[in-house]
Design a protein around this ligand. Structure first.
Ligand code: NAP
Ligand code: MG
Length: 402
């Protein structure tokens, strides 16, 4: 069989620990035999980040701007323990944070649904994709404890030195206050990323805030989304047969619970933090959650939502058997290859991505799975495989589909 050719390289961001082991196995067993893989390789493993003073992370993000599509392995975000474990020169920042800041993107998380792993909400038959605005609000807030009686105000001083004031509260006793902000630019980028991603995946987009209570702050989010939608996206949405829908956050929560899924739910920063954990848990498993960073300029970075699965890696180092789920990492590759195929007009590459995903799902639905799914699957004839066995089982299914 002739291998599928690629024309433009994918930006390949290698990573750490167990996911780095999975990365190589996925390439060797599931990609290279079928695709003449063209990638520009960046090693974001912690050792090389440390060696290059994290320059490699910046370079990989710049390469993503150049080529448009990247696939990323999970990486360690250093903490105090990692400083000694890897003898680091500095506590390097989270690569995801660095890349997100350079691409100005929004992260979209979606579950992979398989028979046997049933969502806790029984009517959720299609994935719900959460888009979380990743800038500002309480995450960049300033807070103050008010010790006793006194007046608290918001004060804005413009460059000419003129002040605008707004009373927060006339305190009679002790209390607390909080000031937070957001930026129109950031909200606009968030909106465009969401509208683009909805068009890309042909799903409706929902957005919700509390604009009835927060008449300036949340209302600005609502207005910016509405304006960008009317001016730039309405016709495209009509042509694609999809809808943009705004409602209040409490109404959105009620509708989400009653829905069958199959849409994107855009959330403000805090709502996204809370709701993404709820939705991920309700769909059953962290190891079955994909993540895409989509920029307003149309750059994409695909990855798994989980981390480097450190506990399994230490077992692996001791020579013990592991049963680590590679599905989200495989879907990062299939997502990136499909997007590359779409941009470069290579239908065979897109078809391969579809088959690779189908091979993953079919293998699990035939009862072959890793330990994490074995624990929760309701299938009767289920079998727990180790890491290698499971990847080889997917390879066998894939060969049958090719
Ligand atoms: P984690 O890697 O997501 O793993 C937490 C636990 O979830 C695992 O111990 C395992 O449970 C289960 N799990 C996660 N993925 C799994 C998979 N594919 N297959 C089977 N089980 C899976 O989180 P962590 O251990 O807290 O973090 C490890 C490192 O990852 C940290 O250094 C952190 O900085 C980094 N991290 C990176 C990213 C990223 O690059 N996007 C995201 C999050 C965390 P059991 O042990 O019970 O089997
Ligand atoms: Mg959270």
């Amino acid at each position: 069989m002739e291998k599928i050719r690629m024309t433009t390289p994918l930006v390949e961001m290698d990573g750490d620990e167990m996911t780095r082991i999975l990365w190589k196995m996925i390439k060797d067993e599931l990609l290279s035999p079928f695709v003449d893989l063209k990638t520009e390789y960046y090693d974001l493993g912690l050792e090389y980040r440390n060696e290059t003073n994290d320059q490699v992370t910046f370079d990989s993000a710049e390469a993503t701007k150049k080529y448009g599509v990247a696939v990323k392995c999970a990486t360690i975000t250093p903490n105090a323990a990692r400083m000694t474990e890897y003898n680091l020169k500095e506590m390097w920042k989270s690569p995801n944070g660095t890349i997100r800041a350079i691409l100005d993107g929004t992260v979209f998380r979606a579950p992979i649904i398989v028979k046997g792993v049933e969502p806790y909400v029984k009517n959720w038959t299609k994935p719900i994709t959460i888009a979380r605005h990743a800038y500002g609000d309480v995450y960049k807030g300033s807070e103050m404890k008010i010790p006793g009686a006194g007046k608290a105000e918001l004060v804005y001083t413009n460059e000419a030195g003129e002040e605008t004031r707004e009373l927060i509260h006339n305190f009679k006793g002790a209390g607390i206050i909080q000031g937070m902000h957001n930026l129109n630019d950031s909200i606009e980028s968030f909106a465009r990323s969401c509208f683009n991603f909805a068009l890309d995946t042909k799903q409706d987009l929902w957005f919700a805030t509390k604009d009835t209570i927060s008449k300036k702050y949340d209302h600005t989010f609502k207005d910016i989304f509405a304006e960008i939608f009317e001016n730039e996206y309405k016709e495209k949405f009509d042509a694609a047969g999809i809808e943009y829908f705004y409602t209040l956050i409490d109404d959105a929560v009620a509708r989400v619970m009653r829905s069958e899924g199959g849409y994107i739910w855009a959330c403000k920063n805090y709502d996204g933090d809370v709701m993404s954990d709820m939705v991920a848990t309700a769909f059953g498993s962290l190891s079955m959650m994909t993540s895409v960073l989509a920029s307003p300029n149309g750059y994409y970075e695909y990855e798994a939502a989980h981390g480097t699965v450190q506990r399994h890696y230490y077992k692996h180092l001791k020579g013990e058997e592991t049963s680590t789920n590679p599905i989200a990492t495989i879907f990062a590759w299939s997502g990136a290859l499909r997007k590359r195929g779409e941009l470069d007009n290579i239908p065979e590459l897109m078809a391969f991505a579809d088959k690779l995903e189908k091979a993953c799902i079919d293998t699990i639905e035939n009862g072959e799975m890793t330990g994490d799914l074995y624990l929760i699957s309701t299938l009767e004839n289920k079998k727990k495989l180790n890491t290698e066995e499971f990847i080889l089982a997917i390879r066998k299914t894939l060969e049958g589909l090719m």
